[in-house]
Ligand binder design. Sequence first.
Ligand SMILES: [Zn+2]
Ligand SMILES: [Zn+2]
Length: 178
Amino acid sequence: MKVRIVDLKDKMLVLTAEEPVADYPDLVSMVDAGDCEFLAPLRLSFSVAREFDHIRVAGKVETAVMMNCSLCLGEYDTEIASSFTVFYTKASGMALDEEVELAEEDLISKSYEGDEIDFAPEVAEQVIMEIPFKPLCKEDCAGLCSKCGVNLNETACNCDRSEGGFKFGALKGIKIEK
Ligand SMILES: [Zn+2]
Ligand SMILES: [Zn+2]
């Protein structure tokens, strides 16, 4: 998704679109690497407004992916939704790489050149950040038995996994807040 600076008048511009994952090379390479599969196009909704010397963009990216659990190896589907705010400042030709410290967390500062802003790099980055490095099908996934390999979410087994007993015992009684 792109916006032409000339289209940005005084009012906030609201843009929505559905874009195929195939338009995003970085996401296609994640699929090729087996990190996930996309079950839906990217649903984008952006509000873009001029503000002082920058352009403020509040964006939301949503999609659905299928991943493999890192513990039980089972496939599972999950929705991804990421909201973010980016300040785009026109590149002045100097100090482009300077990190701008901003008070609010999740606030990203970028520069743009020319007469339009392409949001594709930001969209790809947001989706990639939402794909966990160690996916879990559920918070309390029991994983696979280290002895016989059954999926402990589905079946119990009679293996003695007592070496791991201490760890599991210590975790018992901890309530996971949702
Ligand atoms: Zn699992
Ligand atoms: Zn077992």
